[in-house]
Ligand binder design. Structure first.
Ligand code: ASP
Length: 414
């Protein structure tokens, strides 16, 4: 008998739709399926740290020389900062045009206790990136410290004698390959897992209609901004800088995008992103292993845009007009907050405290935006992953790589 095979991203899409229906109409039975989502998420989270360590170390050892590493690092960082600022400016323009907060009935009743702002200087943050105990950093999931350690470890491997260099390079290449194999197994669970996650999210989001009414304009501003960034800005970069066909690239990374949307976590999506950009787009492992784990931690265009819109929205709702200097402050703090936000659900919302304090707005306003955060988080996380994958393509193209998703498909690898 002929087996019907539905492509994975379609399976996930169908699961998403079914999950919404289950969450809406079988709310009371949501615990029947929620656990599947948890199993899937736990599987992904289980491999995040081994994947980050092995992918970065193996990428750096394959990149080889200090000069190459520095050049790639610089290009990657320039891409991250540029696209994040483009995203923020898109948000800033929209929120000033639409003015979702003007005249909004705030009704600030939310409980915002627990959002304690940890004010650390930038210098201190950098110093604390150096782990005093790498195992503690791993246990606590301190991503920047883990990444820094992996970079250093990879770098020194390139500096030792040939025999040992080859041994360790092989070892980390092999470990990474094994982790990706594990990823493939977990991916098989994706449709079921996503069905469980979405059913749970929908069932827990009370009264969508009421929320949408009260916060509608704010949500629309964020979503329109993210759409402009995802459908215009990034595709233009893909087309002109990476020279790839955005539609083909979209198809190539549709599984991680849908997973990012469903899990609201760039980090949890990382294994799938690495797999898709390497195997479907055809970007080399030395670029994906370098740019994607870094991007998952520091490059968050969607979060940056959201931070900016949310802060200005709150100011508007308080009847305040932000001066040009204050708006500039919003842009800079939104950029820093997006870099500092971890790739986990709702991280971006916690970071809003930084911006609010910078421009002197009361933190209690978070009680208002918290109600719709889970939904916006899905959109901004997908944006974050879309931008990370674009970054990998741009950097790889400037390094002279050719892809499967290229615009000039004929004389390039099929
Ligand atoms: N959930 C987002 C992410 O993982 C971060 C955020 O809350 O904005 O990319």
């Amino acid at each position: 008998m002929k087996k019907i095979r539905i492509k994975l991203h379609w399976q996930i899409f169908i699961a998403l739709v079914l999950g919404v229906f289950f969450g809406l109409y079988l709310k009371e039975h949501v615990n029947w399926v929620e656990w599947i989502g948890e199993v899937f998420l736990r599987g992904l989270k289980m491999i995040i740290i081994p994947i980050i360590l092995t992918s970065i170390i193996s990428a750096i050892t394959n990149i080889g020389s200090a000069g190459n590493i520095g050049r790639l690092g610089l290009k990657t960082i320039i891409y991250y900062i540029t696209t994040s600022i483009l995203a923020i400016l898109t948000g800033l323009i929209l929120v000033n045009l639409i003015k979702p907060g003007a005249g909004a009935d705030l009704g600030l009743t939310g409980d915002v206790e627990g959002f304690v702002l940890v004010e650390k200087s930038l210098g201190q943050t950098f110093i604390e990136m150096i782990p005093v105990n790498i195992f503690k950093a791993i246990v606590e999931g301190k991503m920047l410290s883990i990444i820094l350690f992996a970079f250093l470890f990879g770098f020194v491997i390139t500096q030792i004698n040939n025999k040992h260099k080859e041994m360790l390079t092989d070892f980390f290449n092999a470990s990474f390959e094994a982790m990706m194999k594990l990823t493939m197994i977990i991916i098989k669970l994706a449709p079921l897992g996503i069905f469980g996650i979405i059913a749970g999210v929908v069932a827990q989001t009370e009264n969508l209609a009421v929320l949408a009414l009260r916060m509608g304009e704010y949500m629309i501003t964020v979503i329109v901004g993210l759409s402009i960034h995802c459908l215009i800005t990034l595709p233009l970069i893909q087309l002109f800088l990476a020279k790839v066909n955005p539609l083909k690239h979209f198809q190539a990374v549709s599984t991680p995008l849908l997973t990012a949307f469903s899990t609201s976590s760039t980090m949890a999506t990382l294994p799938l992103t690495l797999d898709a950009v390497e195997h479907n787009d055809g970007v080399s492992r030395k670029i994906t292993g370098f740019t994607l784990p870094l991007g998952a931690t520091v490059n968050m265009d969607g979060t940056a845009l959201y931070e900016c819109v949310a802060a200005v929205f709150i100011a508007q709702a308080y009847g305040l007009d932000l001066s040009l200097t204050q708006q500039a402050l919003v842009v800079i703090t939104a950029l820093l907050a997006s870099i500092g936000a971890a790739g986990v659900p709702m991280a971006g919302m916690v970071m809003i405290t930084i911006i609010l304090s910078a421009i002197g707005l009361p933190l209690e306003a978070i009680g208002l935006i918290i109600s719709v955060d889970r939904i916006l988080d899905m959109f901004r996380t997908a944006t974050n992953v879309w931008s990370d994958t674009t970054g990998a393509l741009v950097v790889a193209r400037t390094e002279g790589e050719v892809f499967r998703v290229s615009v000039r498909g004929k004389n390039e690898e099929k």
